[in-house]
Write a new protein. Structure first.
Ligand code: AFP
Length: 338
């Protein structure tokens, strides 16, 4: 029988591998898991409590998307769990235009937290898996002072931790602090995340491609050629799977292998194109997980983790997945294949 390991114990044991660690990051992640449990409970009850629905929209978020009540609930829950612990100097959320300060009355810590409180929420009315994505950076501004944008605007390579929680048929937390990727399943009866997927490695190659093909007329030619290739007899037997909830599509890619693509589209701006996914809240944390699991995450031109965000809501192209599949995509993208 395998051992029962809670996420708390896993965090403490991982911290012991760093003799210089103060326990701050461990405590911060611990606080976050409480927020995730509260959100998981609300997501489970969502249909019952009638807290959802497009027509129940209350607001528009910083990126202009409809914000539903459950997004706001997830946002508030994370804020209320994290504002007073003394570990953070600021927060940034996909739902807020500006940086979220730590209230004056609480101490300012050495980390900054960025999060997408409820990714995929436009699908929630049809019971599709949604999730929370998060990342943590070490502050660059002076200790003890309020955090500033620069604390968050750091390359994905600088993340000290990244992860996501998927509220699906079960609730699962997947995180990395740079020592592999580990998955925990919430045992709702016990109220604990228990280690269920230690040291996740993405398969070297997969047979699933995942992309919104409704956009294909607006993709660059190389991406169109690649997707034509995966559908052709010469590629072998690829399957198409696209949920439209990045967290669910990337989680599947992580476990089964294959490729997830959200390339630039040239619809509104035929010259420069436009991107959908947010670098800080979606692309970088998921790229950190995929790379830690042995995969590749790229814009096509460069590794996603090498992008330095210049604003809180910057967007970028996203291609990530199994190394063999992404390398094949890059051969098309670089014009080495057609
Ligand atoms: P929502 O949180 O507004 O549902 O957006 C989800 C998302 O940012 C990401 O999770 C999906 O991969 C992507 O949008 C889906 O976009 P399309 O609907 O354009 O395929």
């Amino acid at each position: 029988m395998s051992k029962i390991i809670t996420v708390q114990r896993h965090l403490v044991e991982s911290q012991a591998l760093h003799p210089s660690a103060t326990g701050d990051l461990t405590a911060l992640l611990w606080d976050l898991t409480l927020a995730f449990k509260v959100i998981a409970r609300a997501v489970r009850k969502a249909g019952l409590l009638d807290v959802l629905g497009q027509d129940e929209a209350v607001d528009s978020n910083a990126s202009g998307d409809t914000v539903m009540k459950l997004d706001r609930y997830a946002q508030d829950t994370i804020y209320r769990a994290m504002d007073h612990g003394g570990h953070l100097c600021c927060m940034a959320s996909e739902e807020e235009q500006e940086l979220i300060p730590i209230p004056d009355k609480y101490p300012k810590g050495k980390y900054a937290l960025s999060f997408d409180p409820l990714d995929g929420s436009s699908n929630i009315d049809v019971n599709v898996s949604v999730g929370t994505i998060f990342s943590i950076t070490q502050r660059v501004s002076p200790e003890g002072t309020p955090g500033v944008d620069a604390d968050v605007l750091q390359k994905g390579r600088e993340l000290v931790a990244a992860g996501y929680v998927i509220y699906g048929s079960s609730t699962m937390l997947v995180y990395s602090t740079g020592q592999g990727v580990h998955g925990f399943t919430l045992d709702a009866g016990v109220g604990e995340f228990l280690l269920s997927h230690p040291n996740i490695r993405i398969p070297e190659r997969g047979t699933i491609y995942s992309t919104n093909e409704g956009n294909s007329a607006y993709w660059d030619q190389a991406t169109r050629d690649y997707v034509d290739f995966v559908k052709s007899p010469e590629s072998g037997a690829y399957k198409s799977r696209y949920i439209g909830s990045m967290i669910a599509d990337v989680h599947r890619t992580l476990l089964y292998g294959g490729i997830f693509l959200y390339p630039k589209t040239y619809r509104k701006d035929p010259v420069n194109g436009e991107c959908k996914l947010r670098l800080i809240y979606e692309a970088a944390p998921m790229a950190a997980i995929v790379e830690q699991a042995g995969g590749i995450a790229t814009t096509g031109d460069e590794a996603l983790l090498d992008l330095t965000p210049t604003s809180l809501h910057e967007r970028c192209p996203v291609i990530m997945g199994s190394p063999a599949n992404v390398k094949e995509y890059l051969e098309f993208y670089r014009g080495e294949r057609r």
